[in-house]
Design a protein around this ligand. Sequence first.
Ligand code: ADP
Ligand code: TRP
Length: 320
Amino acid sequence: MRVLSGIQPSGKLHIGNYLGMIKPMVEYQNRSELFCFLANMHSITSVFDGVALSDNSQNALIDLLALGIDPEKSVLWVQSDVPEVSELTWYLSCVTPMGLLQRCHSYKDKVAKSIPASSGLFTYPVLMAADILLYNSNIVPVGMDQKQHVEVTRDIALKFNSLYGEIFVIPESEIREELAVVPGVDGQKMSKSYDNTLEIFAPEKQLRKKIMSIVTDSTPVEEPKDPDTNNVYLLYKLFASESESQEMADKFRQGGFGYGDAKKALFALLMDHFKEERKKREEIAADLGYIQEVRKKGAQKARAVASEVLAKVRKAVGVA
Ligand code: ADP
Ligand code: TRP
């Protein structure tokens, strides 16, 4: 079973990315063949600063390594290091009906958020289909927002196969409902584009400040509070043990426990949770040679699969 997913290096990775995508990937790598990549070509639909994109990509690669993606067990690469994906995007785009892309919510949502309405942004689902189909992926774990894109991928693959024969594996998306939406500090979905994230590897001071900025209501400290409607508790619960969560919930219900106390507890919990990863990240970041080697070897492994699939496609469409 081949499991594939990608993440855009369009900013610093946050705990929503961690719970929604990175953690499931790390768990997968012990029981499946994991393909995990940084979708930097997707990011150029919204990041127009080459230096920033290149830095973000390098940082995200280090983050993934520190969080447990193991380049010995899995294939970990940077999308643009496999040029085959661009060529496949073209072949796929020639069988993709316009209507299929016109129905995509993500394009409309992004344009509504002032991301420029380029043709790249519009055809982005075709690049994503190429990412998935180029590696014969069976399962694609994604957040809710990406489900439609995997459906589009299936439609494109079926159309291509019906025209040219059984070339592509038909993938399936996998959504973890319980982790579908991690809330941000303002209560909306945590997202790089909303400036409401808790970054996994933020410097200690910055993380504390961000946690202290979590929006809460103005119930006085003495009064009882409902834990299930406050973001501090909801975030705490995602990382705490059952007994720790229960303890905090009881304190909120009893009264005399303020949001400030809960925020301090959340900060301590996150610092402790990622303690090892923070240390590992520092070690990896100091070893530029290792990072370059990981990137190079990852690209080689990914290209070995990609070139085989692309050779079949080229032959099928008649350009070989
Ligand atoms: P962002 O919204 O921060 O730009 P991406 O769109 O790059 O995040 O998402 C990368 C991965 O992380 C996707 O699989 C996505 O579903 C997951 N993800 C992002 N934000 C959250 C969140 N708040 N809760 C759960 N999963 C998330
Ligand atoms: N579009 C995805 C996102 O914004 C990232 C991505 C690109 C992806 N290609 C993919 C995810 C292929 C899964 C499979 O989150």
